[in-house]
Design a protein around this ligand. Structure first.
Ligand SMILES: Nc1ncnc2c1ncn2[C@@H]1O[C@H](COP(=O)(O)OP(=O)(O)OP(=O)(O)O)[C@@H](O)[C@H]1O
Length: 551
């Protein structure tokens, strides 16, 4: 079983202890039955001494059973904790292209649903282990009591197992479907939460979304889970009926056919009835265990990076001096027959301290180029040379350390840290908060911003603060000024960019602000994935000519 494999690989010692304790607990349970049978059912034996022995047996059983349960619960929760940490580290180490392919809804579904399913599976694992161990031990005891009656029991229990097995494959099928619909429901939740403004303004659209998207998915989910539960209930009822049939058959074989004495038949009935409850609980726990297994497979299907360690920087990267892209191409994957968008072949060279503007129409490939340049996407062909040396496959994590960025879909963290993850001194943070005209609004303590709930323009200023604080050689800004008011836009182009240049920082800014094109040392134009540098004369012409060239 997959769940068991993973557990065994991770926690072999504790798992062995838990299995031993479960066996001991099951054997002790049978010992209690045998004790009742041989000592308490005999009036001559009923002395205080025997009762003390009985009490001692019960106390030992209680202690061992409790120990087994606690050990297994601890083991299960420890496994889930480790799995959760491992998954997050894998996600951090996974290429952004793969993360984009999976999509945030599917990832969130896995991080919440799959982890929860695995947890629930573990909570039920003790019941399964206990039920199976007790049944095996009970069968051994039955064989000891009477071989012919044991033969009948084995036959009936094998039949139960066979029917159960065929039902389990059906239950597994439906549970897999349920998990697929979980993904779809997460997508719907995300659309409804992210699109809440649009849906609030247009209740008809909300109603349509509900009926056409959400409700069918929720109904399919309900259908599949009902099927899974129905088959599981059927499996439990069949097991229950066959066990009761076994009791009747046992009496028939003993008394009707004379295969055993009435005492042996009664002992048989007692053991079988005693075994019934744990066995039924074990069967009832099967769907949760199947679900946990489906979830583990689902987590594996995300194909996250196997590396569960944070990428360690062996040595500091060489300071950025020159960067050059030679014949670099990148093409998106496509599911449809449409030709996927491609950028390149791109030839692009820059030097430290230059201020570069990238201009181009919507969808021309500027943001794709930004991801390629910063190493988030890897070229499909061509070479990237840093300080004259080609970047090798294993060097991408080090290469990325040259850049900090504010992408158009940036995320604003509260932690302020330099490029090595260390705290920044307050004076440097305050200097930039003042330059960004945010010092009256934001405070910070121990490397944390007091808040991040500001206007779009203000949040972007804080994102720029974070990028500058990283103190990397090259800052990439994707339409940073688009959310700024005209006054601050001017400050950005006329004061902040020159200040960064003075400090030797290379700035690559994607922009549509033709009014400030003179703030750039060089301007590149992206058009349908092709990047070309504008000549000096083109750069010196007024912005109306730019609008003609670019748009
Ligand atoms: N994840 C993706 N999968 C497939 N194609 C994509 C993906 N992201 C972008 N594209 C395609 O790449 C093209 C370029 O997108 P990109 O975001 O680079 O343009 P842009 O120049 O930054 O546009 P804008 O100015 O509107 O931000 C788009 O037309 C789109 O078709």
């Amino acid at each position: 079983m997959n769940l068991f494999h993973q557990l065994a690989n991770n926690q072999l010692k504790t798992l062995s202890l838990v299995v031993l304790l479960s066996i001991a607990s099951a054997l002790l349970t049978l010992g209690v039955i045998a004790f009742i049978q041989y000592k308490l059912l005999n009036a001559n034996n009923l002395t205080p001494n025997v009762m003390w022995q009985f009490l001692l047996l019960l106390v030992v059983l209680l202690a061992i059973a409790t120990w087994a349960q606690i050990a297994l619960h601890k083991l299960g929760h420890q496994f889930v904790y480790l799995k959760r940490c491992q998954l997050i580290k894998q996600l951090i180490n996974t290429d952004i292209e793969q993360v984009d392919n999976i999509g945030s809804a599917r990832l969130l579904a896995s991080l919440s649903t799959d982890i929860r399913n695995v947890t629930v599976g573990f909570v039920h694992l003790p019941q399964l282990i206990y039920g199976v161990v007790l049944s095996i031990a009970a069968m051994g005891y039955l064989a000891f009591l009477s071989i012919p009656l044991f033969g009948i029991s084995l036959l009936i229990l094998s039949l139960t197992g066979l029917i159960g097995f065929s039902l389990v494959s059906k239950i597994t099928f439906y549970i897999k479907q349920v998990r697929e619909y979980d993904d779809r429901l997460y997508k719907d939740y995300q659309a409804i939460i992210d699109g809440r403004k649009e849906l609030t303004l247009n209740p008809h659209k909300a109603k349509r979304y509900f009926h056409q998207e959400f409700a069918p998915n929720a109904q399919h989910y309900r259908h599949q889970i009902t099927q899974a539960d129905t088959f599981n209930g059927f499996a439990a009822n069949i097991a229950n009926t066959l066990i009761l049939a076994l009791v009747g058959l046992n009496y028939y074989a003993a008394l009707g056919l004379g295969w055993a004495s009435v005492e042996v038949a009664s002992s048989f009935a007692l053991v079988i009835l005693f075994m019934r409850a744990p066995l039924m609980t074990a069967i009832a726990s099967l769907p949760t265990l199947i679900t946990a297994n489906v979830s583990i497979k689902k987590l594996e299907s995300l194909a996250l990076n196997k590396n569960t360690e944070f990428i360690q920087q062996q040595k500091a990267p060489h300071p950025f001096k020159t960067l050059s892209l030679q014949q670099v191409t990148y093409q998106y994957k496509t599911d449809s027959s449409d030709k996927a968008f491609q950028v390149g072949p791109i030839n692009f060279s820059i030097k430290q301290g230059e201020t570069i503007f990238i201009v181009g129409g919507n969808g021309s490939g500027k943001s794709t180029f930004a991801r390629l340049l910063t190493g988030l996407y890897r070229p499909h062909s061509g070479k990237i040379l840093l300080n004259g040396d080609p970047v090798q496959a294993e060097q991408w994590p080090i290469y990325r350390l040259q850049f900090s960025a504010v992408f158009s879909d940036y995320y604003l963290f509260r932690q302020i840290a330099d490029g090595h993850g260390h705290n920044i001194d307050d004076a440097t943070i305050n200097e930039w908060l003042t330059l960004l005209e945010m010092s009256h609004k934001v405070s910070h303590q121990k490397g944390h911003l007091s808040d991040t709930r500001y206007s779009q323009g203000q949040r972007k200023r804080l994102a720029l603060l974070m990028a500058v604080m990283e103190q990397r050689g090259c800052i990439l800004l994707d339409e940073w000024a688009a959310d700024q008011d005209p006054r601050f836009r001017k400050i950005f182009y006329r004061e902040l960019l020159p200040r960064l240049k003075e400090r030797g920082v290379t700035v690559i800014a994607i922009t549509h602000d033709d009014k400030y094109f003179d703030a750039a040392d060089r301007i590149f134009k992206m058009d349908m994935g092709v990047l070309t540098e504008l000549s000096i004369s083109e750069q010196q012409q007024n912005h109306s000519i730019f609008s003609h060239i670019i748009y």
